[in-house]
Design a binder for this molecule. Structure first.
Ligand SMILES: Nc1ncnc2c1ncn2[C@@H]1O[C@H](COP(=O)(O)OP(=O)(O)OP(=O)(O)O)[C@@H](O)[C@H]1O
Ligand SMILES: [Mg+2]
Length: 307
């Protein structure tokens, strides 16, 4: 088994899907590979069911839309998929001013003539890349509608005034969306219909253990238990409507753990990573109480990291 696939086997991903990935890689390996665009995810994606859905979809030529709250691993899954399939990765961050030119290309004046400056989507399409359409629901629907022909069976890009470009057979698109954020828009049905949608699950004890072990191998058992407990306590409070999801921030928790490694006291680190993420004084009070029960004030780096 090649090294990129070992972590899938370890999680029990179906052998049929794994051999599908092998075949895909053999088919496209070495062709138009762009070395500096190959993905090297900082952490393997953990979650067998999600991996199986995503791999099966990609094997069958589908595009994926990863939907879920913040820090549920949407981007890390996208990177893992590019890595698993050995394809170059192209990232496009969508925002309110994203327009069709950014995506497919614009005219530019070069060597005394008008030429096409290829957009990211066009480069990705030609090179058989995996295009991550990040926060796709931040863009205006009419900007994204230029992608309709790219994302459906036509697999092509029509740039006004230029040749039509057909997608490389290995090209795939993976959208991410985080609903509920200020500024996000409803995606229109025609667009959603061009993706298979994966609902990203919330973190649980098992995924958190995996992530913390992987990213912080020297974390003490005691600290691991308390940090996971802290996250799950906050998740429960958010679920019950006692607090918003502002302080329920895995990214903030991981950042706090890094800052402790640098030498800051655990409580101060958690304030920056978790408590201060909410700006509502009543909510902050509730979060602070939860933190108090988990992270003793007198903890230092020695309680959190071994050796
Ligand atoms: N299932 C998972 N497997 C491995 N790591 C995970 C997983 N879920 C979350 N993570 C960790 O959480 C961090 C944040 O994940 P990521 O950036 O992919 O989230 P996201 O869903 O794109 O969030 P946002 O909507 O805020 O952009 C990752 O760097 C990774 O360490
Ligand atoms: Mg993201």
């Amino acid at each position: 088994m090649r090294k990129e696939l070992v972590f899938l086997e370890e999680q029990g991903v179906s052998p049929a899907l794994l051999s599908g990935v092998e075949d895909f890689r053999k088919e496209y390996e070495g062709k138009q590979q762009i070395e500096n665009r190959l993905a090297h995810p900082e952490i393997p994606f953990y979650g067998k069911e999600i991996l199986e859905m995503a791999i099966a979809g990609i094997l069958k030529g589908e595009n994926l839309l990863l939907a879920g709250p913040k820090a549920t691993g949407k981007n890390i899954l996208g990177e893992n998929l590019a890595y698993i399939f050995g394809r170059p990765m192209y990232n496009v961050s969508f925002h309110v001013n994203t327009d069709s030119g950014d995506l497919i290309g614009t005219d530019t004046f070069k060597n005394n003539e008008v030429q096409l400056r290829q957009g990211v989507i066009t480069q990705c399409a030609k090179n058989g890349g995996f295009g991550i359409l990040d926060e796709i629901n931040m863009a205006k629907n009419d900007a994204v509608s230029v992608l309709h022909a790219t994302l459906d069976y036509r697999r092509s890009i029509d740039i006004p005034g230029y040749e039509r470009i057909d997608l490389h057979p290995a090209a795939r698109f993976i959208g991410t969306m985080n609903y509920g954020y200020a500024g996000t828009k409803e995606l229109n049905e025609a667009l959603v219909s061009r993706f298979l949608v994966i609902d990203m699950p919330a973190q649980n004890q098992e995924t958190l253990e995996f992530i913390l072990k992987r990213l912080f191998p020297r974390l003490t058992e005691e600290a691991k238990e308390q940090f996971i407990g802290l996250f799950l306590d906050l998740q429960l409070k958010a679920k019950n409507g006692e607090i918003s999801t502002k302080s329920l921030d895995l990214r903030g928790l991981l950042a706090a753990l890094r800052v402790i490694e640098a030498g800051l006291s655990p409580l101060a680190a958690v304030q920056m990573g978790i408590t201060n993420k909410t700006f509502d004084i009543f909510e902050k009070e509730i979060v602070r109480d939860v933190v108090m029960t988990r992270i003793p004030e007198d903890w230092t780096r020695e309680q959190v990291y071994r050796g």
